[in-house]
Design a protein around this ligand. Structure first.
Ligand code: F6R
Length: 617
């Protein structure tokens, strides 16, 4: 994880680096640091804590002059978050500086070797080992910085995105990538360059970017084209400059107090963008080129395996219900982290759908590689364009949710389900498992979803009132059945991660097999009881909980009377086909978590111990 920024050019580097770090804080925020070169001195400041703490420290500690520098915001892997372990790290001579995102797995062995050559280490990090390894290699006669970095990287095992600065070459920077993302923003006439973990830090300066591929190294020098080489064999590569589609507005809060709230409210637009050009209701067509071009693979598949983590895994669980019902194909949903390490049976007849918002989740990426190595066909479903997972598959589709910055995933979840619904409907038609009347009806219903979500978002104040009553609760249960069982899991995850209240999601009927023992008059239970989803059964489950005196917050379909009579709080969603209901029922649960977390003074956008993009396993 961690976020990297860097700048070489003619502007003041400091504000560009700091602004960039703030935009990258979603990647980690337990410590941060900055290095600036003023033409003579390397000025470096770093601290435990967020970028705002760094700003304070910098103002007391160093000069902010200079048109070249690097910055880092950290999510600790090796070594606790403290000032010393923060990046940037300097080499022993004080001439080289590095920022690093990733893990060097064999750092202990490399460290011992360097210690035997007289190197002294100040931090517990793998990164300090890497910069000293580069320094050691560079001491050899005639070895330039780029070569030294390349030789060092050929000795390390692990993952990295790095930017390296050398006092001896103050208009140059070396960046390299394996497993962790890095983008290079290219200014006009190559007069300035930006380096960052994603393009958000430089979006207002340039729309031209190079995304390094794994095992590539780039030498950036002011006034010269970027030179890219393969780390393994030193072969030259044409740097592919892409035009960015992102704009500044998309990555700012736009008047909302938090990114999470903004992103919850963006869902109608995000779903419309995801459906645009793909759902053609009048023509009765669904167009998803990644699916269309590989229709045979999907139709001949003996099963679909879905791999993902966290919220994306919950979207996968919803898809299991959808695909099995619509397409009548067996579906297995796996945590990517379990899948990759349990020697799974995978055949060439399997289609694997990998779901990831960031497209950088290390476990999902590794699971994809494993599935492909066994001959399975892998379809990637990502939000971040050009991300590693988007590139590492046989085919795929994007969710067009736009940048998701709040660490808790919201619009990514609903847009993932939207694409999965499109896929299932298209396949059901191709396979003949859904009648044409049903198919058309579903298409029409799907088109109405954004407007139903819009309508639902108006109940925000009502949810806020409910939140007030439960902000001091220490435990929550979330129950749902069928399509809404994964929504119960997702509701519980949202509450846990941003409010630090313990919460569990269960299939409603599983209550009596254990969790019912937890229930007393202090336990809030959120139950999803939509009118078309085993309604009577869920009502019975609610009765069982009520008779144990729990507080019931029920999500029901508009017009419901039975649950209203029993529940303590009612949240109504517009009437909808059951398979589409997760797109609605999840919205009040997102809002409930959000308001409880805000009332508990939690940092909603950057919850403790988390990071947006989990690039370590
Ligand atoms: C929860 C959350 C995480 C992610 C998980 C997978 O709100 O954000 O559980 O869903 O880390 O991330 P992606 O989808 O980027 O692979």
């Amino acid at each position: 994880m961690c976020g990297i920024t860097g700048y070489i050019g003619y502007r003041d580097a400091y504000p560009i680096i700091m602004n960039g770090l703030k935009r990258l804080e979603y990647r980690g925020y337990d410590s941060s640091g900055v290095m600036l070169f003023d033409g003579k001195n390397i000025n470096l400041s770093k601290t435990k804590g967020k970028v705002s703490s760094l700003e304070e420290k910098v103002s007391q500690e160093i000069s902010t002059e200079g048109s070249i520098g690097v910055g880092h915001t950290r999510w600790a892997t090796h070594g606790i978050p403290n000032d010393v372990n923060s990046h940037p790290h300097m080499s022993q001579s004080g001439n080289l500086v590095i920022v690093h995102n990733g893990i060097i797995e064999n750092y202990e062995a490399l460290k011992q070797e360097l210690v035997s050559r007289g190197y002294v280490f100040h931090s517990d990090t793998d990164t300090e080992v890497l910069i000293n390894l580069i320094e050691e290699i560079k001491t050899q006669e005639g070895v330039k910085l780029g070569q030294a970095v390349q030789i060092a990287l050929n000795q390390v095992i692990g993952a990295y995105a790095i930017a390296v600065f050398d006092r001896a070459k103050p208009d140059e920077m070396v960046v390299a990538k394996l497993g962790s993302p890095i983008a290079i923003g290219v200014g006009d006439n190559f007069e300035e360059f930006f380096v960052a973990s994603d393009a958000s830090p430089f979006i207002e300066y340039t729309k031209n970017a190079i995304y390094l591929e794994d095992e590539e190294l780039a030498i950036i020098k002011k006034g010269r084209k970027v030179r890219v080489r393969k780390i393994k064999d030193d072969s030259a590569i044409d740097a592919n400059i892409q035009e960015l589609q992102m704009n500044l507005e998309q990555i700012e809060k736009g008047g909302y107090e938090h990114f999470m709230l903004k992103e919850i409210h963006e869902q109608p637009r995000a779903i419309i963008d995801t459906l645009r050009g793909r759902l053609l209701v009048n023509e009765g067509i669904i167009k998803l080129s990644g699916l269309e071009n590989n229709m045979k693979r999907f139709l001949n598949a003996e099963r679909i395996i879905i791999i993902a983590c966290g919220t994306s895994w919950h979207a996968g669980l919803v898809a299991e219900y959808i695909f099995e019902e619509f397409v009548r194909i067996p579906v297995e949903v796996e945590y990517a982290s379990e899948f990759r390490y349990r020697n799974p049976v995978i055949t060439e007849k399997d289609v694997v759908i990998a779901i990831s918002q960031s497209g950088e989740t290390a476990d999902t990426l590794a699971a994809i590689k494993l599935a492909r190595s066994k001959g399975a066909f892998v379809f990637g479903l990502c939000n971040v364009v050009g991300s590693s997972i988007a590139r590492e598959n046989d085919s795929g589709a994007y969710t067009h949710a736009g940048p998701e910055i709040g660490v808790a995933s919201t619009k990514a979840f609903t847009t993932q389900i939207t694409v999965l619904l499109l896929m299932a409907l298209r396949l059901a038609r191709a396979k003949g498992t859904m009648s044409s009347a049903d198919y058309r009806m579903h298409l029409q219903e799907l088109e109405l979803i954004p407007q139903k979500v819009e309508e639902l978002l108006k109940i925000d104040d009502h949810i806020k009132e409910i939140a007030k009553e439960y902000l001091l609760s220490t435990n929550f249960l979330y129950l749902g059945r069928g399509y809404n069982f994964p929504v119960a899991l997702e509701g519980a995850l949202k509450l846990k991660e941003i409010s630090y209240i313990h919460a569990e999601g269960y299939p409603a009927a599983e209550m009596k097999h254990g969790p019912i023992a937890l229930i007393d008059d202090r336990m809030p239970v959120v139950v999803i009881a939509t009118s078309k989803g085993h309604y009577e059964k869920v009502v019975s489950n609610i009765q069982e909980i009520k008779s144990r005196k729990a507080k019931i917050i029920a999500v029901v379909t508009k017009g419901d009377t039975s649950v209203r009579a029993i529940a303590d709080h009612i949240i109504e969603i517009p009437e909808v086909e059951e398979a589409f209901s997760p797109l609605l029922t999840t919205i009040p649960l997102q809002l409930l978590s959000y308001h409880i977390a805000v009332m508990r003074n939690c940092n909603v956008d950057q919850p403790r111990n988390l990071a947006k993009s989990v690039t370590v396993e």
